[in-house]
Ligand binder design. Structure first.
Ligand SMILES: [Zn+2]
Length: 493
């Protein structure tokens, strides 16, 4: 108990954490303090997962199938979700549940529920793996005392994908047809895409993921292959400063315009979401219920008898096939399950597709810019921005999310690794405030776009000045680390 108290003092408990979350944190820390093996296991599995993800190429195809096949894919995704939620429940209710326990529980679930047995056994294990990843991340955040919420794993209600490992599917030699061979009955589907995944030996295809997006179903093949690109040395180094006015400005003063995809699509998105909100949610022909602010406020003061078990509560424990078969009466308090109207569905899909398009545009732009930047330089310096904290600014959050700095940095680092060039992130403190020529602090607010140094008389664009500072900092740290390496090498010989 004393140990518990000691740990309780050390853990910064944020107010939104529920008692169950705090309980799990305490149990885990206590467990780790007694058995160091707990730490080692978690770290090893995280490292193994990272190493695995480093050398995987993902090939994506769109799926062409019949309406029945789509329904079966949906069923397979739902069974995966069921396994995940069950595993999570096992971990929540037990003490010291390990990753292996979840794997064992999968086969137990297959015995208990016939619809779970239909899904391929490795796909079930994969669902358990994903659950453990979520649990592990929660543990990791607790261990590192990450500020704010710790990411306590939650039940999923709208899973979008199911993952097969190396069995349960068969790729035809033409690379254009895939057959799912497990009990879910999806069968043979056609793949649409330009990549040649069939050129790899089947043994290298480690994962086959089936996923749903707003515009249809997709299949992803994760291939274990190391991608290599020979970098042509250019002798150029660059520092970049990302911003909202321009996408980025480099230390040579070149800037790339911010495409503002979300802002450009906002008008259309507004129309689509308005249409969506005006559609009737029910196909029973009833008038759309009024849910304005006043109605919600009135409803708060209404006195109803306590409700019986709701539909959502029973959904977790009832097998999916019973739950969704048309001839079983809906569970709960006899309330009829409302199906959404066709117009509602159409409006929902139109809105979702538009959002998907914006997301794809942004991703594509970030990727192309990163690729171009890396292939034309030998060293790239950028700011170590904490985007998570920056988006807390309510006035700028939408613009910051729209520009997509984190994705851009992700791709710069990815291509940097591919080309074997150093990508250095430097602390972002005061990069725009110091003068890049005489290193003197020249305070300026966000609205001042030009840097004017009173000491040395340097006049530069604000972002250009910041980019030069970033490059200077990175060069200093890079040459210091190179020096250190050289010294170590010297003493060894
Ligand atoms: Zn100066």
């Amino acid at each position: 108990m004393t140990t518990c108290l000691v740990y309780e003092k050390q853990i910064p408990i944020s107010p939104p954490a529920s008692s169950r979350q705090v309980y799990h944190r305490l149990v885990y820390l206590l467990y780790c303090s007694r058995q160091r093996i707990g730490y080692a296991h978690c770290e090893r599995s995280a490292r193994a997962a990272k190493a695995e993800s480093n050398c995987m190429l993902v090939y994506e195809y769109k799926v062409d199938a019949t309406r029945v096949q789509y329904a079966r894919m949906e069923e397979a995704i739902r069974v995966g979700q069921f396994v995940r939620n069950k595993c999570l429940r096992l971990w929540m209710d037990g003490i010291g549940v390990s990753a292996n326990d979840l794997q064992v529980y999968c086969s137990q679930l297959a015995k208990d529920f016939p619809f779970v047995a239909c899904l391929n056994s490795q796909a079930r294990q994969s669902a358990a793996d994903r659950t453990w990843q979520a649990i592990n991340r929660f543990y990791q955040n607790c261990r590192e005392m990450k500020p704010g919420k710790k990411g306590y794993p939650r039940f999923r209600h709208h899973c979008r994908s199911v993952e097969y490992k190396q069995t349960g599917w068969k790729l035809e030699p033409d690379g254009r047809h895939l057959t799912f061979t497990d009990g879910c009955g999806i069968g043979r589907v056609r793949l649409r895409g330009t990549r040649e995944v069939a050129s790899f030996p089947t043994i290298q295809i480690k994962r086959v993921r089936l996923l749903r997006r707003a515009d249809g179903y997709y299949v992803q093949f994760a291939v274990a292959v190391e991608r290599r690109v020979a970098h042509v040395a250019t002798g150029r180094v660059v520092g970049i400063d990302v911003g909202l006015m321009s996408f980025y400005t480099d230390s040579n003063g070149r800037s790339i315009a911010n495409p503002r995809y979300l802002r450009n699509s906002e008008r259309r998105l507004r129309v689509l979401s308005q249409r969506f909100s005006r559609k009737n949610t029910s196909s029973l022909g009833a008038k759309k219920p009024k849910v304005n602010h006043a109605a919600r406020h009135r409803a708060k003061h209404n006195k109803y008898p306590p409700q019986q078990m709701s539909y959502a509560a029973t959904a977790e424990t009832t097998p999916a096939s019973i739950l969704f078969s048309p001839d079983t009466p809906p569970p709960g308090n006899g309330m009829k399950r409302r199906s959404h109207s066709a117009k509602w569905q159409r409006a929902r899909i139109a809105l979702a597709r538009k959002h998907l398009k914006v997301q794809r545009q942004r991703e594509d732009f970030a990727r192309k810019q990163a690729s171009a930047l890396v292939s034309s330089h030998d060293l790239i310096a950028l700011e170590d921005l904490q985007v998570r904290n920056l988006v807390k600014n309510r006035r700028l959050a939408k613009s910051i999310s729209d520009v997509g700095w984190a994705r851009f940095r992700h791709w710069v680092e990815y291509y940097g690794k591919l080309h074997g060039i150093p990508v250095i992130a430097v602390p972002s403190r005061y990069t725009s405030q110091y003068c890049s020529q005489c290193n003197r602090l020249v305070a300026k607010s966000l609205s001042m776009r030009t840097h004017v140094c009173p000491t040395c008389g340097l006049i530069l664009d604000r972002d250009h000045n910041a980019a030069r500072n970033i490059l200077a900092r990175a060069s200093a740290s890079h040459s210091a680390s190179a020096q250190q390496l050289r010294t170590v090498g010297h003493t060894e010989t």
